[in-house]
Design a protein around this ligand. Structure first.
Ligand code: SAM
Length: 278
């Protein structure tokens, strides 16, 4: 668990220029899955993303900003809100931000937030609500892109089944472009999912390269759980067997399959076709 004892009490801004400051080391350490798991925290970068998250009441633990943006009205507003909610506020040098973010040209604002997962008992889809279930996804960029796309089409949430990569890792969070703060995320083991799925009030549509139905032939006017498989091996047979439909996206060229995030995007836009209007 990161030790935040070196941070000033809420209500004050602490200035940090030392690259060896223990809090800075702790924040940097959140790049490791083990530290995220122990602390329940994660890092997000960028003034807009941090400001949006704070405005949406996401629990912020630490706000870090570069001294050169200290007078920016958004930074001032976010710092005030973070203080008011008991978060710690650090004003740091650009070198410290580069160290935290491991980037030469770092973002000027970084937030450390509490992770939030939705318990499965709170997954209650609306009459045409869409959830995406992902099994064994390994690529954080794919996961972040899927969360972002699910948000874009108005899906209700994403369920991470089995051994799926951490959505709160730096790469996944970056790829969500802020949607990590807007989408409900749930986690279940394969066994839990199989049991819980029995109570799903609509259809479960799995995508499979050996699917027999064209994905455009399904009636999606009901609660839909879209089930996507792992990048290499696809949906395992036991989970494919839990689906009401196994669908395929037709292909014409020589590619074996679509990239997972692209396939998810194609599916979600078909499922939500009648509800998305310009
Ligand atoms: N070799 C894997 C297989 O046999 O399933 C390919 C996996 S593909 C790269 C990753 C995931 O994207 C698949 O599990 C499936 O969910 C989805 N996918 C990719 N192309 C698809 C297509 N043409 N039709 C349906 N699903 C597709």
């Amino acid at each position: 668990m990161p030790d935040h004892s070196s941070i000033a009490a809420p209500g004050s801004v602490k200035t940090v220029t030392s690259l060896t400051n223990p809090t800075i080391k702790d924040i940097r350490g959140l790049a490791l899955p083990k530290n995220r798991k122990e602390s329940g925290l994660f890092v997000t970068e960028g003034m807009k993303l941090v400001a949006d998250a704070v405005e949406e009441d996401w629990p912020i633990k630490i706000l870090v900003y570069g001294a050169k943006v200290a007078d920016h009205p958004v930074v001032r507003r976010v710092a005030t809100t973070a203080h008011a909610r008991g978060g710690d506020v650090l004003e740091v040098s650009e070198a410290v931000l580069a160290k935290i973010t491991r980037r030469e040209n770092p973002q000027m604002v970084v937030g450390v937030f509490e992770q939030k997962l939705t318990p499965k008992s709170d997954i209650k889809p609306g009459p045409t609500g869409v959830w995406v279930a992902l099994e064994g996804i390994k690529d954080p960029g794919n996961l972040g892109t899927i969360i972002r796309t699910a948000d874009a089409v108005g899906a209700e949430g994403v369920i991470l089944v089995g051994d799926t990569v951490d959505p709160f890792g730096v790469e996944a969070v970056r790829a969500t472009m802020g949607s990590i703060f807007h989408m409900k995320l749930a986690r279940m083991s394969v066994a839990e999912f199989k049991e819980w799925r029995k109570g799903w009030p609509g259809i479960v549509v799995g995508t499979h390269l050996s699917g027999k139905s064209d994905y455009r032939t399904i009636d999606y006017d009901r609660p839909v759980m879209l089930f996507m498989g792992n990048e290499q091996s696809g949906l395992p047979e036991d989970l494919a067997a839990t689906c009401d439909h196994l669908v395929k996206i037709p292909q014409a060229g020589r590619a074996d399959s679509l990239n997972l995030a692209i396939a998810t995007g194609v599916m979600l836009y078909e499922i939500r076709r009648d509800r998305l209007k310009l």
